[in-house]
Design a protein around this ligand. Sequence first.
Ligand code: CMP
Length: 138
Amino acid sequence: MSNLTFTMIKPDAFEAGHSGAIIQMIQDAGFAIKAAKLTKLSQERAGQFYAVHKARPFYGELCDYMSSGPIIAMILEKENAVADFRTLIGATNPKEAAEGTIRAKFATSIEANAIHGSDSDENAQIEGSFFFSQIEVF
Ligand code: CMP
């Protein structure tokens, strides 16, 4: 799974109409789309996805926000996918995101930060499987 990562275009970026520009940036950076789905998380499913953050003070608001509107979930392929994708999206807090990164361009706050990227090969596998079955991955 080291050539794969998982991403979501988050509700703020989808609502603002940035999905096309974001997908263009992802493809221009050399990532191939292996699976893609426009979907919406329920509050309960958002809670499951972010269970690792359950103890954090922002967990409730994060689940409210991530279930507030449609998202686009994708599995992406590229050599060194996890690390290269995190470079492409920039720091979690858009104020700290490097110029030219997806979050620097499109994120509005640390919560509404436009896009998710898996932080390890193991989590890419877990997160991809959360949204996609084997037959949905090309
Ligand atoms: P992401 O890394 O995709 O997944 C966890 C999310 O929690 C993160 O993006 C942010 O959207 C959110 N998050 C992280 N830290 C904070 C924080 N201090 N306050 C609010 N939201 C946060």
